[in-house]
Write a protein that binds this ligand. Structure first.
Ligand code: FEO
Ligand code: CA
Ligand code: CA
Ligand code: CA
Length: 598
């Protein structure tokens, strides 16, 4: 069995070998089950999944498509149950609809896609005997939020002229959330959902800010603008300013309206993870996933209240509306000529240096103040990327998930890849992004001064430079490379209670499928990276959640390969040939019921 497997505590399992199986492959001695699939009914009255006769009304009561972020929250008084919260980042129409014509989608197809985006809350229950985790359908906390659900804008941008539209002259009420990628769970019992590539849903962008956010000038890929004019920026130029925020959801209150927290800025938010200051104020870390974009943090000015009283809960739901938004600038400590873009270590043996959090704007109850010359506070919070440009923030290799280690306080940033680094007139390699045409990505370790999350100065080093360990340009925190797993394109990250970092990948460029890896961040095994699972063809690995006895991952976009269709899917997971490929959530546990990796 796996009991004898070597490794740091929490990582004692036999690594899964890289492979291209159309399956979820787990270590020897571990078991798995599909917790919930795209299309499974979760709300009262929702019909069973019938993909040949799907309707928008059915989809709105069923689990949505492509899950990225996952959270599991405790559920008091219901033994063996937890609340699973999921982001439905986007839809793969070619795998959802037979004979889909991307030039001429039907209204029904578009409305189904609206209902398959958004968020889901679904109570899940553990079967003690089998170890399986299964949904509790029709639980009163189960919920779907879609592209047509109501959301509220709060914080410094709420009510601003920049977010008023003909349908919403108040600038406070938004329909829908789009492209929620990773996220976070707050210590006050809410979940955060980061709106990422919202640009792709809008047509006919024309402003300089649309361009900076990657909004196209013509028709959108999904043609939603034909069915709701708010997606046509020639008609509603401000609608796009209402997306690109961090959404806060209270999963314990199924009647609550989720809020878009504008004080955290507007960009392609990849994640939103929380650490508290010593006096109880929230600090939220977030990356902007674009080549040459930035790392941000928000430092709240109000203290969290403990306890579950109504007053405490209402107070805590205002924490993310007041505080200061910062962007990161990183400086290397080695001479620039030692960073030649090949990934060779500089003479001091490490890619490392110092950093600074540059304030962009502060939101208070009385109004907001800009710290950026030539931009108002409202402009900073809506056009945050431009503020980062102005203050000279460091252009990174696609910041994905950012996550503080709950054991040490150190913050880890997944920089997934950047094929454009050093190409043409683009910025060249620097110490924090040391490879030109960076195919495999790297992970940054950031230490806030005095280990205080509100510090404006920090130290940093590269924890991991990904790739095939035989490639001399890779680095695993100095651990001997003959016994680590190959890894490429780190994306979502999570921690277990031992302080081990778990990394899921998206777009691995080493010829094998994406997967989930664990690596020790402390002690003599620091840097020993081990692969825990692999996912089916075409999929990325998302989630992940590492509990004592269970690992959860979302298998996102299985079958998404060139030329795929319903009749010729790139994958037949999870239900086999002749079925629709279905993005799903998977649970993994030890057959003997012991804790993961001990
Ligand atoms: Fe949705 Fe940056 O991944
Ligand atoms: Ca150095
Ligand atoms: Ca991601
Ligand atoms: Ca991704």
């Amino acid at each position: 069995g796996n009991n004898k497997a070597q490794g740091a505590r929490g990582l004692r399992f036999t690594p899964v070998a890289p492979n291209t199986a159309d399956a979820v492959t787990v270590p020897e001695g571990y078991r798995q089950n599909v917790v919930v699939r795209w299309g499974e009914p979760i709300l009262r009255g929702a019909p069973a999944f019938d993909p040949e006769n799907q309707t928008a009304a059915a989809q709105a009561g069923q689990f949505g498509y492509n899950v990225d972020f996952l959270a599991l929250l405790p559920l008091k008084g219901e033994r063996g149950r937890q609340v699973l919260v999921a982001n439905h980042e986007y839809t793969d129409e070619i795998l959802m609809f037979r004979d889909y014509d991307s030039e001429n989608p039907t209204r029904e197809q578009v409305e189904i896609a609206w209902a398959a985006h958004g968020l889901a809350a679904v109570v899940v229950e553990e079967d003690k005997k089998s170890g399986k985790l299964t949904p509790v359908t029709r639980h009163h906390l189960n919920r779907r939020l879609t592209v047509t659900s109501e959301f509220r804008l709060t914080g410094p941008v709420a009510g601003s002229d920049l977010v008023k539209t003909s349908a919403d002259p108040t600038g406070r009420k938004v329909l829908g959330t789009l492209n929620n990628c990773a996220g976070g769970t707050t210590p006050w019992g809410t979940t955060l959902h980061a709106e990422e590539n919202f640009n792709q849903y809008f047509a006919n962008g024309s402003s300089a800010t649309d361009k900076r956010y990657g909004v196209g000038t013509g028709a959108s890929g999904r043609k939603w603008e034909r069915f709701d004019q708010r997606f046509d920026l020639a008609r509603e130029p401000n609608e796009v300013h209402r997306f690109g925020y961090v959404v806060e959801l209270d999963p314990y209150d199924p009647d609550s309206t989720p809020r878009k927290r504008t004080a955290l800025g507007r960009f392609k938010h990849e994640a939103a993870t929380v650490r508290l200051t010593h006096d109880g104020r929230p600090v939220i870390y977030s990356g902007d996933d674009e080549r040459f974009d930035y790392i941000y943090k928000f430092v709240g000015s109000k203290r969290m209240r403990h306890g579950n009283s109504r007053a405490a809960r209402e107070h805590n739901l205002t924490l993310l509306d007041e505080g200061t938004l910062y962007v990161a600038k990183l400086t290397g400590d080695s001479p620039a000529l030692e960073i030649d873009g090949t990934g060779k270590l500089p003479k001091d043996g490490e890619f490392d240096g110092s950093g600074q959090w540059i304030p962009l704007a502060t939101a208070t109850a009385r109004g907001a103040v800009s710290h950026v010359e030539g931009m108002t506070a409202e402009e900073v919070f809506v056009f945050t990327r431009l503020a980062g440009d102005k203050v000279g923030a460091t252009k990174m290799d696609r910041p994905e998930d950012v996550e503080p280690n709950p054991v040490t306080g150190k913050v880890y940033v997944a920089l997934t890849n950047n094929s454009h680094r050093g190409v043409g007139s683009n910025p060249k390699a620097d110490e924090a992004n040391p490879r030109n045409a960076n195919k495999h990505g790297h992970i940054l370790e950031l230490t806030e001064r005095w280990n205080r999350p509100e510090s404006t100065k920090f130290a940093w080093s590269l924890f991991l430079v990904a790739g095939d360990p035989q490639d001399p340009a890779t680095y695993f925190a100095g651990f001997p490379k003959d016994s680590v797993s190959p890894i490429s394109c780190p994306d979502n990250v999570a921690f277990d209670d031992h302080g081990n970092l778990w990394i899921s990948t998206d777009g691995a460029a080493l010829g094998s499928h994406d997967g989930l890896f664990g690596v020790a961040t402390r002690g003599e095994r620091r840097g020993e990276l081990k692969q825990f699972l692999t996912v089916p063809r075409g999929a990325e690995t998302c989630g992940p959640i590492i509990q004592d006895r269970r690992v959860l991952v979302a298998v996102q976009h299985p079958g998404e390969v060139d030329g795929a269709s319903v009749d010729n899917p790139g994958s037949t997971w999870p239900d086999g040939p002749g079925t629709y490929v279905r993005p799903s959530v998977v649970a993994v546990w030890r057959a003997d019921g012991q804790d993961i990796g001990v």
